[in-house]
Design a protein around this ligand. Sequence first.
Ligand code: BG6
Ligand code: MG
Length: 218
Amino acid sequence: MNKKGFIFDLDGVIVDTAKYHFLAWKELAKSLDIEFTEEENEQLKGVSRVRSLEKILAWGNKTISEELFNDLMGKKNEEYLSYISEMDENEILPDVPRVLNLLKVKQQPISLGSASKNARTILERVNLKSSFDAIVDGNDVSKAKPDPEVFLIAAKQINIKPEDCIVFEDSVAGVTAANTANMISIGIGSKAILGHANYVFKDFTEISDDFIASLIEN
Ligand code: BG6
Ligand code: MG
């Protein structure tokens, strides 16, 4: 059987954690007297924690000391962790288990490729850790998406050439990273935002078993 590498982003692909990031960032922004909207939160999808705080400070026209910056990063994560500690299997996005199971049946290597440093905790909470042959996350990379580093490391860990890998991504930066890595990019979300992906689907309910089979064969 042909072997392809299937690499999944986490936030926005497997689970919808953007709402928890939003609550935690909003709390932090409020403490700095910065208004933070859901539209701005959209722009933080796929963006690293450091870069997210830099963007929020820029939107609010604030400059702060390095010490406070690091302190706020820690506080944001504590707040975020308090939300994700309540997560369970019910938060897995529709049809993600069907696709993961199909790939397992077809003996395809599966890796996570996430910017989050909390990826392992989240996978444990939703009971999906054992579905992955490799987990590459924000702790393993030095360059954030749109740099392809996270996906290239993932490909290496599952022993599949980048051009034989398929990436599921919901963020603009993540799709760019997959394209730069010379992988097939599958956008999860809207065509208007992810038009640079090879394929775009609203969510996994739109991805048929036949489509997955065709990715494996071609
Ligand atoms: C990405 C999210 O997956 O991970 C971003 O889309 C988030 O919103 C980034 O900032 C880093 O996550 P964490 O959990 O390490 O703060
Ligand atoms: Mg994402």
